[in-house]
Design a protein around this ligand. Structure first.
Ligand SMILES: NC(=O)C1=CN([C@@H]2O[C@H](COP(=O)(O)OP(=O)(O)OC[C@H]3O[C@@H](n4cnc5c(N)ncnc54)[C@H](O)[C@@H]3O)[C@@H](O)[C@H]2O)C=CC1
Ligand SMILES: O=C(O)C(=O)COP(=O)(O)O
Length: 372
């Protein structure tokens, strides 16, 4: 892999100090500057080769196109929906994330919200602080024996499943990519969304935010759910349509919601946050010391390894890889793209394939990995 020169990095959010320390130990100059408005970010970024962000910095096409020296955008975390990856790719800028660093923390917060919803813990705490002793108002229900629908069976969905199974919940789910036998091996029975909605007492979503996941829960799908279903969104605002959710909690079709994320953060429209059956957090899924330490360290090491030409880990825009890898690797990258296109058409069908056998012909090149 051809080394990329990164001499200066701007960290625009609160990222674990390990990130700065590792970059500096490797001769990269680091500046930390938080809460910049778009114009300030554009002006500041002109001087940097790299940018490290979390979820609050909106790295839009305007920002990217104005950043003439930028070569890498590092996301200390999972979701890259705050980065215009297409604009970055067009400019040859690598976008990389650290997707497993905060998995356990996001899963644990999801479980905390599910438990809080079942026993009205936040509402009871508030009532106590107001000087009350109300044992009737906060009657809850057990999680034991209830059905949890998990939409999105990737890293976080899987961890949520195993934790909630320990409470005796039955876990069912849907994912267009994760094979049914794989999720079955960790106790999640997969089915179509239409089969899933009416069975669930609780639903939690763990997909990326993309056109196919916007409004997965909407007026129509809420209507297919059990009356009183409780929902959790620790993934991205908008996967559960916010207006439809408000209508559903107002009508009682939805019995409660636990929200860590919002379409607009912080949300200007407070109707959901203020509803008595909605409990919410200010995007705290990854806010643990452990998750931040992992993500801060991982993103710094990934940048350093890239600079040293050692490996390119965590890059999400494959097209850019083509320009950074050696000539021989180009053919493998093209092959990967072709296989990806075939797999995409397989998963687009109504009944996704659970297994694909690949048969190769011809001589091997000796290149077995795209890494390094
Ligand atoms: N609240 C927080 O602070 C945090 C939020 N997140 C968010 O959680 C979400 C999940 O993260 P991971 O589990 O790490 O991602 P992942 O990539 O491991 O899993 C996502 C899964 O969603 C599936 N999926 C895609 N389209 C789908 C659809 N239409 N229906 C059902 N499933 C679909 C994918 O096949 C994949 O298995 C992301 O949106 C991420 O940004 C992640 C960490 C912290
Ligand atoms: O990693 C993710 O996708 C998250 O949502 C975490 O966001 P944060 O790093 O806490 O701003």
């Amino acid at each position: 892999m051809a080394p990329i020169s990164i001499r200066t990095v701007l960290i625009s959010e609160s990222v674990d100090p390990r990130c700065r320390a590792i970059l500096e130990e490797n001769g990269i100059r680091v500046t930390e500057k938080q809460n910049m408005k778009k114009d300030e970010l554009i002006a500041e970024l002109k001087d940097y080769d790299g940018l490290v962000v979390r979820s609050a910095t909106k790295v839009t096409a305007d920002v990217i196109n104005a950043a003439d020296n930028l070569k890498i955008i590092g996301r200390a975390g999972t979701g890259v929906d705050n980065v215009d990856v297409d604009a970055a790719t067009k400019k040859g800028i690598i976008v990389m994330n650290t997707p497993s660093g905060n998995t356990l923390s996001a899963a644990e917060l999801t479980c905390a919200l599910l438990m809080s919803l079942s026993r009205n813990v936040p509402q009871a705490v508030m009532s106590m602080k107001q000087g009350n002793w109300d044992r009737k108002k906060f009657m809850g229900s057990e999680l034991y024996g209830k059905v949890l629908g998990i939409v999105g069976l990737g890293r976080i969905g899987k961890e949520v499943a195993s934790r909630m199974q320990s409470f005796g919940m039955k876990t069912i789910g849907y994912d267009p990519i994760t094979p049914v036998e794989v999720s079955a091996s960790w106790g999640v029975e997969q089915m179509s969304l239409d089969q899933l909605w009416p069975q669930c007492d609780y639903i939690t979503v763990h997909t990326p935010l993309m056109p196919s996941t916007v409004g997965l829960l909407n007026d129509e799908t809420f209507a297919k759910c059990k009356k009183g279903v409780k929902v959790v969104n620790c993934a991205r605002g908008g996967i559960i349509d916010e207006a439809a959710l408000l209508r559903a909690v107002e009508s009682g079709q939805c019995g409660g919601a636990g929200l860590d994320v919002f379409v607009e953060e912080p949300p200007k429209d407070r109707n959901l946050v203020d509803h008595p059956n909605v409990i919410s957090c200010p995007h705290l899924g990854a806010s643990t010391k452990e998750a931040q330490a992992r993500c801060g360290q991982d993103i710094a090491l990934q940048i350093v390894d890239m600079v040293k030409g050692k490996s390119l880990v965590g890059a999400v825009n494959a097209n850019v890889l083509a320009s950074t890898f050696s000539q021989e690797s180009h053919q493998l990258i093209k092959l990967g793209e072709a296989i990806g296109a075939v797999l995409q058409s397989c998963t687009a069908s109504q009944t996704p394939l659970s297994q694909v056998h690949v048969i190769n012909q011809g001589e091997t090149t000796g290149l077995t990995s795209l890494d390094g």
